[in-house]
Write a protein that binds this ligand. Structure first.
Ligand code: SAH
Ligand code: SF4
Ligand code: F3S
Length: 466
């Protein structure tokens, strides 16, 4: 845990609410009340939760991991697939029981789900014991919302104002070694299956000086791995006063003094330039890893998805990356069973997977999202059939992953040592491509970037420090 109190330097009204809440809590509780923040979804949400915790801490909350002890429970939710939403409804429902035992407890729901009218309506009508529902664009007003809850109000705030980036929000980082650094928010791509643009609003970039300052702050506090976040980092910089693109931003962060490495995600193939690949190659702190979701190997489906590239141009990009960095780790996201996808389309996805030989894959079965164009498309293939395609794809990738790991034997990699491994006497670390490696060494190496030669592979890679 690492806390930075930015104290709402530009938002005196939120600071005022935070102070008021702090006074109320001091009068109400003999010891610090405790908050439990539960986060679903992508790294963007994890990063948002760190800001939510920063604000709660400023208001005088301590933290707990058990609902039994909590005086405030906050669900930061994800809406990307139906399954993620169902879990939230189930889990929030289960909280009714804790609420009965502790009627003063504040139960709150925020994040991407809370940005959808249909969801807010459901919480209003079917979950009367939920005190607070607020969307992604008003997170920085948490002190005001908590104040209103403590005054007995049920609060629903979901305006999507889409503009300003609020930079003065307190921050309580979960880790001390690896940290998130958002470079942009929102998305303009409107892939036809995806809810993100609707719940996160239009794409906007943080000013480079804010990002560089935050990166410097992280490095001087001992962070060894900084992950730059955005739904489509390759389009970073649009709309800023200063002319800068993502490749240039990477070079600027790389120039910060210190022993640390830089990750970033997600890259969209349509905006991934050779200039970016050159920057990855040139910057010694930038990991040689590209997460480049291709979603489908069928050009017909890519078109229906509104992705703006085809399989040939995707493969060309992969070649360009490998030409520059033969060992670069490449990972991807795939959707199986997009509406109208046939087995023939799906086979093209498998073909592409076999061609590229990804380090690892994140695969999903299409989930219709209310309000997106794909949710209204003809979708004749059954869930069972899609399930079979999905298993077939996983099997193909399993073999590829195992082969990729075998190929690593004998080579040297930069590994960030995260801690002790479960295996007695061994340390655990991760390569640039996020592959786990076990190696012998003493605990003083934890939190250090080490050079490790891979000696063998059986279930896990084992190496020796060089
Ligand atoms: N901005 C990132 C991804 C955000 S969502 C990008 O464009 O790559 C992460 C992944 O979830 C997507 O890459 C996609 O594979 C998957 N996904 C998004 N919407 C989905 C849906 N409706 N059904 C199934 N998978 C979906
Ligand atoms: Fe969703 Fe596409 Fe935006 Fe990624 S680029 S968040 S998949 S709309
Ligand atoms: Fe989910 Fe929102 Fe991220 S929908 S994937 S938490 S941007």
């Amino acid at each position: 845990m690492f806390e930075i109190n930015r104290n709402f330097s530009n938002s005196p009204e939120q600071m005022e609410f935070a102070l008021r809440v702090s006074t109320i809590l001091k009068n109400k509780y003999s010891q610090k009340p405790r908050a439990l923040v539960i986060t679903y979804g992508c790294q963007q949400n994890v990063s948002d939760s760190e800001r939510l915790k920063g604000m709660l801490s400023l208001m005088g909350y301590d933290f707990t991991e058990t609902p039994d002890e909590a005086d405030l429970i906050l669900y930061n939710t994800c809406a990307v697939r139906g399954h993620a939403e169902d879990r939230v409804y189930g889990n929030v429902g289960a909280m009714k029981h804790y609420k009965r035992r502790n009627p003063d407890m504040i139960l709150a729901v925020c994040g991407c789900m809370a940005q959808q009218d249909i969801v807010v309506k459901r919480f209003r009508t079917s979950y009367p014991y939920v005190n607070l529902v607020f969307g992604t664009q008003v997170q920085h007003r948490l002190p005001e919302f908590i104040y209103r809850c403590l005054s007995g109000e049920r609060v629903y705030e979901t305006t999507l104002d889409n503009g300003e980036i609020i930079e003065d929000v307190p921050l309580r980082r979960d880790g001390t070694l690896k940290g998130w650094l958002p470079v942009m928010y929102g998305c303009n791509n409107f892939c036809t299956y995806c809810i993100v643009p609707y719940v996160r609003g239009r794409e906007r970039s943080r000013k480079p000086e804010e990002i560089i300052n935050e990166a410097k702050e992280m490095v001087s506090s001992g962070f060894k791995e900084i992950t730059l976040l955005g739904q489509n980092v390759n389009s970073y910089g649009k709309g800023l006063d200063k002319q800068i693109n993502f490749a240039e931003l990477l070079r600027e962060i790389n120039a910060i003094d210190g022993d640390f490495r830089i990750r970033f995600m997600t890259s969209h193939p349509k905006d991934c330039t050779l200039e970016l690949l050159d920057a990855i190659k040139d910057c010694e702190k930038v990991v040689k890893h590209l997460h480049l979701p291709f979603q489908s190997g069928s050009d017909r489906i890519l078109k229906a998805m509104n992705r703006h590239y085809d399989s040939a141009s995707y493969l060309k990009l992969i070649d360009a990356a490998r030409e520059r960095m033969p060992d670069i780790a490449i990972t991807s996201d795939i959707i199986v069973g997009f509406p109208g996808e046939t087995y023939e389309d799906f086979s093209k996805t498998v073909e592409l997977v076999k061609k590229v030989k990804f380090t690892s894959l994140f695969t999903f079965i299409f989930s219709p999202r209310n309000g997106t164009p794909a949710a209204d498309m003809e979708d004749p293939v059954s869930r069972e059939e899609k399930g079979r395609w999905f298993s077939e794809l996983l099997k193909v990738q399993e073999t590829i992953t195992a082969n990729n790991l075998k190929v690593m034997v004998g080579k040297q990699y930069r590994v960030l040592c995260d801690g002790q491994s479960e295996r007695e006497g061994y340390l655990l670390g991760h390569t640039d491509g996020n592959v786990s490696v076990e190696f012998e060494g003493d605990l003083s190496l934890v939190g250090k970037l080490c050079q490790v030669r891979i000696d063998s592979y059986s279930n896990v890679l084992t190496g020796t420090l060089v």
